[in-house]
Ligand binder design. Structure first.
Ligand code: DX5
Ligand code: ZN
Length: 217
């Protein structure tokens, strides 16, 4: 089943509650929540207090994408603030510390995922694959919404789909960056089943139609 996860990075933060209600009514499956620390990526976005407020405003599944260095330091805080799934970049710390972050998320009853940047090879997910619920493949350099989809990520998505089918078939495969009704066709064909889309949803007046086009294109 294909899931659509609108990224609120492109939403109007002055009315975040109604923006999220709009995508819920529009048929979105997850809310994608991008956290940036100005260090792991060259931008700063939102964090724990915003997640806490959003948790009060919606019962939607919140997929937290941590673009921060040494995420193990904050995993407990994000779990307590209301994350349903926490994504950790494999580049953000040592393998041991990323494992610890995954275990901590699980100890709070949350789902956990690992994320790879465009220059990180597919094999980098293997040490974590049997421990996670989701693998997130970045299809742009993380840090900003509204960038162009990197077509050269398609073989990596296919490779990771192969790993998942063999080693952990229940694991989801998410893609993030430059997803619109056109590129969604390509990533679905390559094996992705959770599609993050920021500008392609929130820059449209009719979010329901945007979500439907991304899911069904
Ligand atoms: C980028 C973020 C994305 C971003 C996607 O670093 O992780 O989730 O919001 O935005 P679009 O869909 O506009 O590329
Ligand atoms: Zn993201």
């Amino acid at each position: 089943m294909i899931k659509v996860a609108p990224s609120i990075l492109s939403a109007d933060f002055s009315k975040l509650g109604s923006e999220v209600e709009d995508i819920r009514l529009g048929g979105a499956d997850y809310v994608h929540f991008d956290v940036m620390d100005g260090c792991f990526v060259p931008n700063i976005s939102i964090g724990i207090p915003v997640l806490k407020s959003l948790r009060k405003a919606t019962d939607m599944f919140i997929d937290v994408h941590l673009m921060i260095r040494e995420p193990v330091r904050y995993v407990e805080a994000f779990c307590r603030a209301g994350a349903d799934l926490v994504n950790f970049h494999v580049e953000a710390d040592t393998e041991e510390k990323i494992r610890e972050a995954i275990s901590t998320a699980r100890s709070f009853g949350k789902k956990a995922g690992v994320t790879v940047k465009p220059n990180t090879p597919a094999e980098a997910v293997l040490p974590f694959l049997q421990q996670v619920d989701l693998i997130l493949v970045m299809t742009v350099e993380p840090g900003f919404g509204g960038q162009h989809f990197m077509h050269d990520m398609l073989p990596k998505i296919e490779t990771i789909r192969g790993y998942i089918d063999t080693l952990n078939p229940n694991c989801e495969l998410e893609v993030d960056g430059g997803i619109d009704p056109e590129t969604s066709t390509l990533v679905k064909k390559a094996g992705a089943n959770v599609l993050v889309a920021g500008s392609a949803v929130f820059n449209r007046d009719n979010r329901a139609q945007a979500i439907c086009e991304i899911r069904n294109a």
